[in-house]
Write a protein that binds this ligand. Structure first.
Ligand code: GLV
Ligand code: MN
Length: 226
């Protein structure tokens, strides 16, 4: 009798596991922006309507110009403390990208310059080096650091949401183009996020976080004061 009861409870457990598996199977999973529901939807970025994305410009007003963008053709000005500049071609700059789940950046980095550690909460990133020699690295959620020095034509990938950077380790100006699986990947630039937010993060949170005196926090904040 005991053996029969044991077999029955084993079967019951297996059945429950299978049932949970079957119930989970049809759940949709999105690793990037949702798929578009029409050929295009040129974003009306001035609309007062707030939706997840932008409302579409009326089709009758769409022209060829809505599908082309030359904002990445010009070299950015790297005269800043990081010696780098990111020019974004996301949905705000190029509304034709609205709902398509893609966007790009141009990154110019002076010799010795750094595109500082940052992350994109809504996208994975891939990039290709056009000019220069770059150290590209990212850190996993388990604090493992992966990096490589790249030359023109070489590519890299940054998994979604992970902190990463590019440093120009060559003698020449570096240029790279990056691409994202989101029309608006967002960018959390760590030093700005922590030390230049408005209102600012309380000093005692930062001293405790970094285990340093307030003078150190004051000095760092002063570097990023707007
Ligand atoms: C580079 O990391 C970029 O976000 O364009
Ligand atoms: Mn990036």
């Amino acid at each position: 009798m005991a053996a029969i009861l044991k077999t029955q409870s084993g079967l019951y457990a297996q059945f429950t596991v299978c049932l949970i598996g079957l119930l989970l199977l049809p759940l949709p999973s999105h690793s990037s922006d949702p798929d578009p529901l029409q050929d295009f939807c040129i974003g009306d970025t001035k609309s007062e309507l707030s939706v997840n994305g932008f409302p579409c410009k009326p089709a009758a007003n769409v022209t060829s110009d809505d599908f082309f963008y030359d904002g990445l053709s010009k070299e950015g000005n790297t005269s800043n403390p990081f010696g780098s500049i990111v020019t974004q071609a996301n949905v705000w700059a190029f509304p034709g990208l609205n709902t398509l789940g893609i966007s790009m950046n141009r990154v110019d980095i002076a010799p010795g310059g750094l595109n500082p550690p940052h992350s994109h909460p809504r996208a994975a990133e891939t990039g290709v080096v056009i000019n220069g020699k770059l150290l590209v690295g990212f850190i996993t959620t388990g604090n493992v650091f992966y990096s490589k020095i790249l030359n023109p034509g070489q590519m890299f990938l940054i998994p979604k949401g992970l902190v990463h950077f590019q440093k120009n380790v060559g003698e020449e100006k570096a240029l790279l183009f990056t691409a994202f699986n989101s029309h608006f990947p967002g960018s959390v630039v760590l030093p700005m996020n922590l030390f230049a937010s408005k209102p600012s993060v309380p000093d005692d949170v930062l001293t405790k976080t970094f285990q340093v005196e307030k003078t150190v926090i004051d000095e760092i904040k002063s570097k990023f004061a707007a």
